[in-house]
Design a protein around this ligand. Structure first.
Ligand SMILES: [Zn+2]
Length: 273
């Protein structure tokens, strides 16, 4: 599933292609995504020049004079940038045709992605207006987390994965940041000191930043000559996530797995308390 770094890298790559261009047409083949695609409101984009792209949580905002559209990759969405039209693949649900004749093609086998017109004030849209701060834009994330943790008896992992607390900390990054800061994922959110939250915040920011940089590297390595660039997925070096039974990279104990709030959690019982 694409998490914040993949979405950020997708945004950066798309922006290189789309900034300053106009959208000529929008071809919807399958409107039943996470929310139904609405051709009428999305047509507000037609003829609009794209100022820039931005990101809020895992939403990519396509910003124009008339307003903004929200693009979400869901569980399995990906974007192809095509220099020329080519035969459709299964799950190619919609295309944006640009003034350069490039085609932005959205593929999503599981159809949890979305593409929604959000108008002139996208921050007020119901999908965005309850979101917590951006982890990479908050200079005092540790204090923010500590303040909101008061009275919360949920596990710290569920707490930092709650998008109303802070956006963009998905399952992989929550596991990794908790490992790096030495905090057991099951520890109750309200039982962690401010100092430890500061360490956790730094770990979240470093993990996300490193991953974005790696994604950027993957993108630069990608061959543009194929005429199609599939963006948004890259391999990562991980400490705990998906490494059940393997040796901890710090202490050589075995990485363990448990389910917390319905999600697989990976941790080292020796390094995390
Ligand atoms: Zn360990």
């Amino acid at each position: 599933m694409p998490e914040l770094p993949e979405v950020e890298v997708t945004k950066q790559s798309l922006e290189q292609h789309l900034q300053g261009q106009c959208i000529k047409s929008i071809n919807i083949r399958e409107k039943r995504l996470r929310w139904d695609l609405d051709q009428t409101t999305l047509n507000s984009l037609l003829g609009q020049r794209i100022h820039n792209l931005s990101r809020r949580g895992k939403y990519i905002l396509i910003n124009t004079e008339a307003g903004s559209a929200l693009l979400h990759l869901g569980m399995s969405g990906s974007i192809g940038i095509l220099e020329n039209d080519r035969p459709l693949k299964k799950h190619d649900h919609f295309d944006l045709i640009m003034s350069s004749n490039q085609i932005i093609r959205f593929n999503d086998p599981r159809r949890f992605g979305s593409f929604i017109w959000a108008g002139k004030n996208p921050e007020a849209h119901k999908l965005l207006n309850k979101l917590g701060p951006e982890p990479l834009e908050n200079n005092d994330l540790g204090t923010h987390l500590y303040r909101l943790s008061k009275g919360r008896k949920t596990s710290v992992k569920a707490f930092i994965m709650n998008a109303q607390i802070v956006v963009g900390v998905g399952n992989i990054y929550a596991s990794e940041a908790l490992f790096i800061s030495g905090i057991h994922p099951k520890r109750k959110a309200n039982r962690i000191s401010k100092k430890r939250y500061e360490r956790l915040a730094t770990a979240i920011q470093e993990t996300l930043t490193k991953s974005i940089e790696m994604g950027g590297t993957t993108l630069r390595d990608f061959s543009y000559s194929q005429g199609e660039e599939k963006i948004g997925y890259f391999k990562q070096e991980l400490f705990t996530y998906g490494r059940t039974g393997a040796e901890c990279k710090c202490c050589r104990s075995l990485v363990r797995q448990m389910v917390l709030s319905g999600r697989s959690s990976f941790y080292c019982a020796n390094c995390q308390h």
